[in-house]
Structures are given as C-alpha cells and as structure tokens.
Design a protein around this ligand. Structure first.
Ligand SMILES: *Cc1c(COP(=O)(O)O)cnc(C)c1O
Length: 343
C-alpha cells in the first residue's frame, strides 16, 4: 500500500484534509445513495436549521493499523447505536446502523493511504456528523438532513504516553441539565461547556469536573470524557447519571477492570466527597483512552493522586490492556475489533 508522505510520529490531534469525504442526503422522506466528495466543504442554505437551532449530532471513532497490518475499528456498532439515540433525541432522522457502518468502511478504503502505520502511535480518526438542512426560520425539526463523514490522521492525544492532568470542580456553571441532552453526543453540549473550560484553564487547570446540575453533590463527567476513580480497596467506581454521555471507552474499561484485573466495578451516583478516598482517578474517551488525573480541586481542598507525571498502576494497566486489544497485541476475546477490508 502506497502511504501518504506524512511524518506519522509527529502528527498532532488536529484536522488535515484527506482525499475525500462522504455525503448522504435524507430528502423527500428517504436516504439517498452516498456521494464521494473531494472538496472538504459543504453547501448549505443560510437558513439551514442546524445553523440556527443546533440540530446536530456527531461521533468520534478511531481506525488503527494493527500488529498484523490490518485496518481495524473498535466497537463501531456501539457508535452506530449511540448516533441513532442522539439523532432521535433531537428529532432528527437517524442513520440506519448498516448505512453508518458501511459508510465508515467505504470512507476508510477510499482514504487508506492516510491510515497511520502500526507502531507510530497515530490513528485514523473518523468523524461522522448529522445536521438538519431544511431552510427554516420558525423553530421546528428539519425535514431534510445531511450525514457527512470525514477522516483525518491524528497523533496520540498526549505525546509520550499518559500525562496526568489537573481537574477543577466548577460549581457555578453547568454543562448539561438533568432532563436535557447531556446523555447524547450533540454539539450544543460542547458549545455550552466552552466557557467553563476557559474559566478553569485561566485558573491553571486542564479540565472541568462537572457535578450534577440539580444538587451539585454527585460527579457527572469531565468535559469531553467520562470519569472513574479507583478506591483504596481496588474498586473501579464510575458515576451513573442521566446527564452523562455513555462512553464506549468507559464501558470497555469496566469490562477489563472486572474480568482482567479482578476489580469490583461500581457504576452508581458518586458523591463528590468520595474523591478524597480514591487512590487513582482518570478521564476516559476515544481520543486519549485514559487521561490520568493528577489532582482534583474542590472548593478549598486539593487531592493529589500522582506524584510527578507518573500515572497510577491500575490506570496504566487498564490503558495497556485496552490499547493492546485495539492494536492486535492482546487477544480480542470480547470481539471488539472489526477488520476493514481495504481492497
Ligand atoms: C464522546 C464523549 C465521551 C467519550 O465517549 P467515547 O465513546 O469513550 O469516545 C465522553 N463524554 C462526552 C461528553 C463525549 O462527548
């Protein structure tokens, strides 16, 4: 395979144009055939409902070249199902699961020269998004939709391994309301979180740790990632809340924590004061898999989990297991990987 001439080891987690993207229109009550588009722009009415009223949802998935030189994708059915839930919650036309998976396979095959080589630490990031495109001024769901997907090669989220970050519990602002849309992957949640991240970054912290918006007592999640703590008696504890986005990485880590590391897994409301009883904590999501938490600041108290930049041993083991499975270095006994045919 002729690979693109890129410095694979130096890639950042950013956007780069590839050979093409795909566009699928839902018009006149049905999904049309997908189109391959070379240009990386889309054409929209200035009155498109996504622009005014935020009818938008998306996904993020990584494709790897594994140890055996095969292109594989991790638990893609879960992303397909989540995108359907997101679309339905915003009254958008969902993309059928088989169309979603086929579209990704097609996109990857067409852009195969951008799949980073095994061992580079990089991956091909897939970004599917769905938007309402009907020209509307009144507030109503669109009748027409555009499903766009593109890919871009990305380097590891943190170069040089796991880098612990500092979290700050910001109680004066919320990301999502309890009965709102915090549990689906929609752009609006991110727009709402930008000001919170900006505030804590100014104070010297990397990310926000959100509490439940109703009582401000229980941990929700951390910006674009779920949260877990490891208790002193070796439990993997992760919040259960109606305003958390169910992370596929977290779901996988729960399985590995239980079955491979023999930890007890608890998914339940986690009171914020419990942070003082954990021995390790982490954020998890597709982009970084695990971001170890160095410290959490809550009101006038800071709890520190890592000395220096050393992640805790359990976080490190979980990270090695999950990335090992993704890269074909560890047996995929749960059947999480799917090979993408490139010929
Ligand atoms: C995407 C996302 C995550 C992580 O989910 P993964 O499926 O693990 O990538 C966590 N929280 C939010 C708010 C997200 O949008």
């Amino acid at each position: 395979m002729e690979r693109a001439n890129l410095n694979w080891k130096e890639l950042s987690f950013g956007y780069m144009k590839t050979d093409c993207h795909l566009e699928y229109y839902f018009r006149n009550g049905k999904w049309e055939e997908g189109k391959v588009v070379k240009d990386d722009t889309i054409n929209l009415s200035i009155a498109a409902s996504c622009l005014h009223y935020g009818q938008e949802c998306f996904e993020g998935i990584k494709v790897f070249e594994n140890k055996n030189g095969k292109a594989t994708i991790f638990r893609v059915e879960e992303n397909a199902k989540r995108m359907i839930r997101s679309a339905e919650k915003l009254l958008m036309e969902p993309i059928p699961e088989d169309v979603f998976i086929d579209s990704i396979f097609k996109l990857v095959k067409l852009n195969k020269r951008f799949i980073p080589p095994y061992g580079s630490g990089a991956s091909l990031y897939i970004r599917p998004l769905l938007i309402g495109i009907s020209a509307l001024v009144g507030v109503n769901p669109a009748s027409d939709y555009l499903y766009v997907l593109f890919c871009t090669p990305v380097g590891p989220y943190f170069k040089g391994g796991l880098k612990p970050i500092k979290l700050y519990v910001e109680e004066s602002m919320d990301r999502a309301a309890p009965d709102g849309v915090g549990d689906v992957k929609v752009g609006g949640n991110y727009a709402a979180s930008l000001r919170v991240s900006a505030k804590v970054r100014k104070l010297g912290y990397r990310e926000v740790l959100y509490l439940d918006a109703k009582q401000k007592k229980y941990i929700d999640e951390s910006g674009p990632a779920n949260f877990f703590g490891i208790s002193k008696d070796n439990k993997y504890i992760t919040p259960d809340s109606e305003s958390i986005l169910p992370s596929i990485t977290n779901k996988s880590l729960m399985t590995l924590a239980k079955d491979e590391l023999g930890l007890t897994v608890e998914k339940r409301p986690v009171h914020v004061e419990e942070i003082f009883d954990f021995k390790e904590a982490g954020c998890c999501g597709t982009a970084a898999v695990i971001t170890p938490v160095k410290s959490i600041t809550y009101r006038d108290k800071t709890v520190t989990y890592c000395e220096g930049d050393e992640p805790g041993p359990i976080s490190q083991k979980l990270y090695n297991k999950l990335t090992g499975i993704q890269l074909g270095e560890e047996e995929d006994k749960y059947g999480w990987n799917r090979e993408i045919p490139l010929e």
